[in-house]
Ligand binder design. Structure first.
Ligand SMILES: *[C@@H]1O[C@H](CO)[C@@H](O)[C@H](O)[C@H]1NC(C)=O
Ligand SMILES: *[C@@H]1O[C@H](CO)[C@@H](O)[C@H](O)[C@H]1NC(C)=O
Length: 133
């Protein structure tokens, strides 16, 4: 167990070290090729009704993903009502190329102007949908 943990830790340190060497070695021109990826959220969509406490797969379209994404593992989904984004994180630090991630509908007041904010490289909003209790 200890040996496993320790070799895992070593592998992790190595991975981080080689990653930062790789990044440092990248010429500026290559860095600039890294693109902003704001995938369209395909579910929930207009007409979707979610109930508090349910688990759902949020889905998004990865078809137009650029080859180099600046923050590929920095996906985050937050809830928004009207023009207000809540400081509630539904999913965090996921791979934006997954195309789906499970979220649990938080305990919020019922409303029909909820949407999701998808942070890949930059924010994108889903269509408005309903949360019911
Ligand atoms: C992606 O990044 C790699 C390494 O920096 C580079 O060689 C390649 O040309 C880039 N691809 C695109 C499509 O920008
Ligand atoms: C989400 O999608 C995965 C893969 O298709 C599936 O295994 C899982 O059951 C789904 N979750 C829900 C809540 O539907």
């Amino acid at each position: 167990m200890f040996a496993q943990t320790s070799s895992f830790a070593k592998a992790f340190v190595l991975a981080v070290a080689s990653l930062s060497m790789f990044t440092a070695a990248l010429p500026a021109a290559e860095m600039e090729k890294r693109a902003v990826f704001t995938p369209p959220v395909t579910y929930p969509h207009a007409g979707t009704v979610w109930y508090v406490g349910q688990t759902h797969n949020v889905t998004w379209d990865t078809a137009d993903a650029p080859a180099n994404i600046t923050d590929r593992f920095g996906g985050r989904i937050q809830l928004r009502e009207g023009d207000t984004t809540f400081p509630i994180i539904l999913a965090d630090d996921f791979d934006v190329l997954l195309g789906r991630i499970e979220v649990v509908v938080p305990w919020v007041l019922p409303g029909d102007d909820y949407s999701l904010v998808f942070f890949g490289d930059s924010g994108d909003f889903s269509a408005e949908f309903t949360i019911s209790d």
